[in-house]
Design a protein around this ligand. Structure first.
Ligand code: Q46
Ligand code: ZN
Ligand code: ZN
Length: 343
């Protein structure tokens, strides 16, 4: 097995490119693919300050490393979800990565900042954990990005993620989600710009990138992933990719080229009011996140305590100090109503 570029010994085959690469040229391929995605979709401008949502997993740490390598000004954001040892270990990987490189990492803990965690939210709402988890991530990421004045929020969604999201959205004909499935979402009132520079790299490639760069990452799967439909879509696509390499890329990029622009995403911003508690755009009085916090922090016994007051002291961005971080959004349950309406 020889490297396509230098004919030296290869360390990885990338079947969808029908090519093998040595370590040096594989790392270059990864940098080139991220640079190409940023350029192709006009994700960021020179000098932009980027906030990278890092979970401690391979995708977000590879992404952060790649952006630093490419010369972008980045800070990280880690969101503590309170999922036992899994969260504790994930935090360590994120913190270790940042401290070794002298990078700034905001750490936000759901329990410390809002008084609940993902397991509590799941039992209070009686929904799959990913539902409240996804809603929490989206809200906190938006909030911290706006608070910090970042030009864009960057998430580690890779090609496998995006293809699986597309598969699910097509399967159920979620036309509103399909209309917004573009690797860049522009900034809007109450929302930072959101970009996904890893869309040209597959999951296996971000894992290989981390190994070759000596990046330690959380290899365990989240123990609360049960009920996550996204994983089933990924498995289905993996079967197809195995038999027909390149299918995922063809599916996803074919959609972007041929269909996405025709769907005409509506932001819906004009119809939204502001949450009376946190100021976030919402179609109702109280946003989905604040309702989640209220349910997850409610004490069943006396009823004497009032729900957590999330009202910011000034105009949004609000919610007090700190910063947080995390992964990326998913298509399975738990899209907030403001996201349904606006994103
Ligand atoms: S962390 Fe949260 Fe994921 Fe765990 S509970 Fe589901 S959404 S699976 S990326
Ligand atoms: Zn080579
Ligand atoms: Zn709110």
């Amino acid at each position: 097995m020889k490297c396509r570029v230098c004919r030296g010994p290869a360390v990885i085959d990338v079947r969808r490119h029908n090519a093998n690469f040595c370590a040096e040229h594989f790392l270059k391929l990864c940098r080139d693919q991220v640079a190409k995605a940023i350029d192709q979709f006009d994700m960021v401008a020179p000098g932009d300050r980027l906030l990278v949502a890092v979970s401690g997993g391979k995708d977000s740490l590879a992404l952060w490393d790649l952006l630093v390598e490419l010369g972008y000004a980045t800070d990280g954001l880690y969101l503590g979800l309170g999922i036992g040892d899994y969260s504790d270990d994930s935090a360590r990987y994120a913190i270790d990565f940042a401290s070794r490189r002298g990078l700034r990492l905001h750490c936000v803990d759901l329990r410390e900042r809002y008084g609940y965690d993902v397991p509590t939210a799941a039992s209070a709402t009686r929904r799959v954990p990913c539902s409240g988890c996804g809603l929490s991530k989206r809200h906190v990421f938006d909030e911290v990005a706006l608070e910090g004045g970042y030009d864009a929020l960057v998430t580690g969604h890779n090609l496998d993620d995006e293809a699986a999201v597309l598969y699910g959205n097509v399967m159920h004909w979620h036309m509103d989600y399909l209309a917004r499935q573009w690797p860049v979402l522009p900034a809007a009132r109450g929302f930072p710009r959101k970009v996904k520079p890893l869309v040209r790299l597959a999951e296996r490639e971000t894992a290989a990138y981390c190994v070759l760069r000596g990046i330690d990452y959380q290899v365990e799967e989240c123990p609360m992933a049960a009920g996550n439909r996204h994983l089933a879509y990924k498995e289905a696509l993996n079967h197809i990719e195995e038999r027909s390499p390149g299918s995922k890329a063809s599916f996803y990029f074919g959609f972007l080229e041929r269909a996405a622009s025709r769907l005409g995403a509506e932001t819906g911003q004009d119809e939204l009011g502001s949450c009376v508690r946190c100021g976030a755009p919402t179609p109702g009085d109280v946003c989905a996140f604040c309702r989640l916090v209220e349910r997850a922090t409610a004490r069943p016994a006396t009823g004497a305590e009032s729900p957590v007051d999330l009202r910011p002291s000034g105009p949004r961005p609000g919610h007090g100090p700190g910063a947080g971080a995390g992964l990326a959004e998913r298509t399975d349950g738990g899209r907030s109503e403001r996201e349904r309406a606006a994103r």
